[in-house]
Design a protein around this ligand. Structure first.
Ligand SMILES: Nc1ncnc2c1ncn2[C@@H]1O[C@H](COP(=O)(O)OP(=O)(O)OP(=O)(O)O)[C@@H](O)[C@H]1O
Length: 237
C-alpha cells in the first residue's frame, strides 16, 4: 500500500478470522476461521448465500470491525496492534470503499461527490481538481460529471461511487455487492471498470456478490458457507 508497499507482504491477509456477535445463547458466529490473501492486481469475489458472512468479512478487511479471533494484516501490519486512529488513517488513505446503494450525497454533483471524498481523505485542495477529473474520466463520466446523482443512470451513479473510491489512488478497493442494484448491462460496465483498474493501475479489488455471471469475470472466487471459506478457485492472471 502507499508508502509501505515494498515489504513483500500481500496487500491484505486474513488469518483464521472468527467473528462472534453477541454472547451466551444469543451468540451468532458470523465467521469461522476465514483465511485469505489479497495480492496486488487481483480481482477477487466473495460469494455465498445471504447470511454466510460476506459483509462481516469485508467490514473486517476495511478495519471497520475487529476479529474476535485471528488477525488481519495490512501490508504485513497487524490490524489488532493498530490504534483506532491508525486504522482510520489507513482506511482513508489506502482503501476505497464501494457500497451496493452507491451512497452518493444527493445534493452534490458527481464531481462534488468525488471532491468531497478527496477532502475526507485529507487531500489538499490544490490536488483535488486534477484527481477528481482523472477518476471521473477513468470511469467514463468526463462529460457527465456536473450532473446530480438523480440525473444519472444507476450504472453512472455506481461509476461515480467508483470514481470517489479510486480518486485518492488507494491500492485496495472493497466493494459490497456493487452490482446488486444494477441490470446486467450496467453491472457489466462496472465489472469492466474493475478489470481495467486491476490491469492498468494494479489495484486489488475484493467484492461480494450473489451473481453467478460475475464469477467468470474475476481472478479468484472464495465461497463462504456458514461463516467458513468452503472453497477457493483461481485463474491465472
Ligand atoms: N451486528 C450484528 N449482530 C448480530 N449478528 C450479526 C451482525 N452482523 C451480522 N450478523 C449475523 O452474522 C451472519 C453473517 O452476516 P453477513 O451480513 O456477514 O452475511 P452476508 O453473507 O453478507 O449476507 P447478505 O448476502 O444477506 O448481505 C448472519 O447470520 C447475520 O445475521
Amino acid at each position: 500500500m502507499n508508502g509501505t508497499g515494498n515489504t513483500g507482504a500481500p496487500l491484505l491477509e486474513a488469518r483464521g478470522v472468527t467473528r462472534v456477535f453477541g454472547k451466551g445463547n444469543a451468540a451468532v458466529v458470523a465467521l469461522k476461521g476465514a483465511t485469505l490473501s489479497v495480492s496486488q492486481g487481483r480481482l477477487i469475489a466473495l460469494k455465498g448465500r445471504s447470511g454466510s458472512g460476506k459483509t462481516t468479512l469485508l467490514n473486517m478487511m476495511a478495519a471497520l470491525d475487529s476479529p474476535t479471533e485471528g488477525a488481519i494484516f495490512y501490508s504485513g501490519r497487524d490490524g489488532g496492534k493498530m490504534t483506532d486512529r491508525q486504522k482510520n488513517e489507513m482506511r482513508k488513505r489506502e482503501i476505497g470503499l464501494i457500497f451496493q446503494s452507491f451512497a452518493l450525497v444527493p445534493y452534490m454533483t458527481a464531481y462534488e461527490n468525488v471532491d468531497f471524498g478527496l477532502r475526507i481523505a485529507g487531500i489538499p485542495a490544490t490536488e483535488r481538481k486534477k484527481l477528481a477529473e482523472q477518476a471521473l474520466a477513468f470511469v467514463g463520466l468526463a462529460s457527465r460529471m456536473h450532473h446530480m446523482p438523480a440525473e444519472l443512470s444507476g450504472g453512472e451513479q455506481q461509476r461515480t461511487a467508483i470514481a470517489r473510491a479510486i480518486a485518492h489512488k488507494p491500492r485496495l478497493i472493497l466493494a459490497d455487492e456493487p452490482t446488486a442494484e444494477l441490470d446486467s448491462r450496467m453491472g457489466k460496465q462496472v465489472m469492466q471498470v474493475f478489470r481495467e483498474l486491476v490491469r492498468l493501475e494494479g489495484i486489488a479489488i475484493v467484492m461480494t456478490t450473489h451473481d453467478p455471471h460475475i464469477m467468470e469475470l474475476v481472478d479468484d472466487v472464495y465461497a463462504l458457507e456458514d461463516g467458513r471459506i468452503g472453497s477457493a478457485s483461481s485463474r491465472e492472471a
